[in-house]
Design a protein around this ligand. Sequence first.
Ligand code: C2E
Ligand code: CA
Ligand code: CA
Ligand code: CA
Length: 278
Amino acid sequence: MARQARRPHQCYAEGLDERHLRQLTLVRDLQGAAQNGELTLVYQPQLEMRSGHLVSVEALMRWRHPELGFIPPDEFIILAERSGLIQGMTAWMLETVCAQLAAWEAEGMPLAVAVNLSAQDINDPGLPGRIADCLARQGLSSAHLRLEITESAIMQDPEHASEQLTRLRETGLRIAVDDFGTGYSSLAQLKRLPVQELKIDKSFILRLAESPDDEIIVRSTIELAHNLGLEVVAEGVETPASRVLLEALGCDLLQGYLFSRPLPPDELLTWARTRRSC
Ligand code: C2E
Ligand code: CA
Ligand code: CA
Ligand code: CA
């Protein structure tokens, strides 16, 4: 105690481990990251299984910290959610995506973009209006934007989430349950949600061709989803073997490194044009 009273700053610093210090630094710096141009979006193709066509892309956030370099989204998104910064970042992300959609349309590449929303976003009563404004300002219809919400975000408060998703759905947006299979939702809960798409978590897809258990899970998920009138997206398609299997199982959309990593907008345009001319 006596030591703490004499040298409070040093003791405070000693009491913090490196991880905690890094988190404090990241939360502090995340506040100005969008305005400082440190945040960017990359886009990963989602291909229609039947035609092989590029129909949509998923927008994924990237943060390059000026001193610490690239910070993985799995690290900074959680911090943004916990510190209340995520809503501002989502607003920036939606503006950026809508401007990008308008630019692609002008380049002759009409696409839909799937964006990730956190639990705090769907609890925000102003979100449906803000999305509608964003689209309207760029002259876009709601068909251009899709929403991905994780099963675990929905399951934090399924009743409330269902009400909020219904409002978003009323604006014509297509909604997907992301990371499906990791959040213990029941069939009954799923049926009540106003969603159009299930996105099977990549942990079931990565080793699909080698794991009979994963195959059983994926097969029954696709069957269940189709019986409920939902489309199915598989993420984490890395090998030709899992692609072949997913085709046999009737998966609707495929996404993964086998086709492309998430790309900056100009590289995505080149990727799409090269593919089209193949
Ligand atoms: P997610 O929504 O499940 O995104 C899919 C993740 O899988 C992405 O990681 C993507 O790069 C990665 N991925 C895609 N294909 C493959 C593959 O074939 N193999 C493997 N091993 N991985 C693949 P990423 O970009 O690191 O994003 C991680 C998570 O961060 C996302 O998971 C999402 O939960 C969150 N996130 C990213 N951007 C945003 C955002 O703008 N808003 C919110 N709320 N969350 C975001
Ligand atoms: Ca996602
Ligand atoms: Ca996912
Ligand atoms: Ca995920």
